[in-house]
Ligand binder design. Structure first.
Ligand SMILES: C[S@@+](CC[C@H](N)C(=O)[O-])C[C@H]1O[C@@H](n2cnc3c(N)ncnc32)[C@H](O)[C@@H]1O
Length: 334
């Protein structure tokens, strides 16, 4: 049984939840704790979160007790041994700090603690559902951090971490994606760095060159095309893109409609972020909206991220965009 720990980002919280769900099928609560999904098969293997943007740690659960005294008692009975270990305490229940928990745990675990370069990290999560104790078995590599130092970036460039989460919501290593409106290539860089074959396109030649320079800067390769996205052909596992918006890149509703409609010919799954709500645009297109989350931009305005599955002929829609309720089912429908 595994639980996952995420960042507690205030602004991008819905995205944190959506990415964690996409990678682990466990939904974190506000304290950044995604408890084991007891509805799924208990024997399911741990999920690889190395490539995650917002999920920090994967924890193998060793004990789950109602309170700290019970945990101490169980630990004393279990005779747990580890060399060079540390104990991380996460207060996720809103209670005042429980002092001395790490020290007490260290007394009950056999072996030498080591805070500077621990070989084993144990975690105690003080949560409303009880006290969880486990061992960290996976971490995010935070590879996206290095990509923040791109050669070229501009006002509409997507933050690297958001791009990473979008890729994680749409594709897995070994797959093939296209970003039809790639700008400076933020999504392509994240995809390529995870072993996903990425193809980029932009109708602005300057942007295309910027993308090529940014990719080369990090040593990644991706084919970059120069076309109107509505003319693209090919077959991909997913379209992942940041739609044109803002004053440098005006795009009317009809153009957005044509762009997003065309994406359905390229891949069965489309992950896109837009400068506003897309209810008007998606209304008449052949998509199932499986996820919709709001992503504030610089605290100034709201952007919306959608995961769309192309409806197969004859399928009955599970859910449709409801104009009165912009955040569908509080984020996740699938
Ligand atoms: C919001 S920007 C993408 C920013 C990019 N994600 C980044 O991080 O740099 C949208 C891009 O779409 C491109 N674009 C606009 N209309 C297009 C079209 N019809 N076909 C292809 N690209 C288009 C613009 O040139 C712009 O670079």
């Amino acid at each position: 049984m595994y639980l996952y720990l995420t960042v507690r980002a205030k602004l991008e919280w819905e995205l944190v939840q959506a990415e964690c769900w996409a990678l682990t099928r466990c939904l974190p609560d506000r304290s950044g704790v995604a408890l084991p999904n007891l509805a799924s098969t208990p024997a399911s293997p741990p999920c690889d979160i190395t490539r995650a943007a917002y999920t920090k740690q994967a924890v193998r659960v060793l004990l789950h007790e109602p309170d700290l005294p019970s945990l101490y008692q169980m630990l004393a009975m279990h005779n747990i041994t580890a060399e060079q270990f540390c104990v991380q305490v996460i207060r996720a229940n809103g209670d005042p700090p429980a002092l001395g928990v790490a020290a007490r745990m260290a007394e009950l675990i056999n072996g030498d603690p080591c805070l500077s370069v621990p070989q084993v990290t144990f975690v105690v999560v003080l949560h409303a559902s009880g006290v969880w104790f486990g061992e960290v078995i996976g971490k995010s590599s935070r590879q996206w951090c290095a990509h923040e130092r791109k050669l070229y970036t501009y006002s509409s460039s997507l933050p690297t971490r958001i791009a990473r989460a979008m890729v994680n919501m749409g594709a897995t290593p070994g797959q093939r994606i296209i970003d039809p409106c790639c700008g400076s290539g933020t999504i392509l860089i994240e995809a390529a760095s995870m072993g996903i074959t990425a193809v980029g396109n932009d109708n602005n030649k300057r942007m295309m060159k910027t993308t090529q320079a940014n990719l080369a800067h990090f040593g990644y390769t991706a084919e970059v095309l120069h076309a109107d996205a509505r003319q693209l052909t090919g077959s991909y596992d997913a379209v992942i893109t940041d739609l044109p918006y803002g004053k440098n890149c005006l795009c009317d509703l009809d153009t957005l409609h044509a762009l997003v409609g065309h994406f359905a010919t390229l891949a069965p799954r489309v992950i896109l972020i837009a400068g506003g709500e897309l209810a008007e645009v998606l209304h008449r297109l052949p998509y199932e909206v499986t996820t919709m989350v709001s992503v504030p931009k610089n605290g100034k305005f709201m952007r919306y991220l959608y995961v769309l599955e192309v409806r197969t002929a004859g399928a009955v829609p599970k859910a449709d965009l409801d104009h009165r309720q912009p955040i569908l089912g509080r984020y996740i429908l699938s």
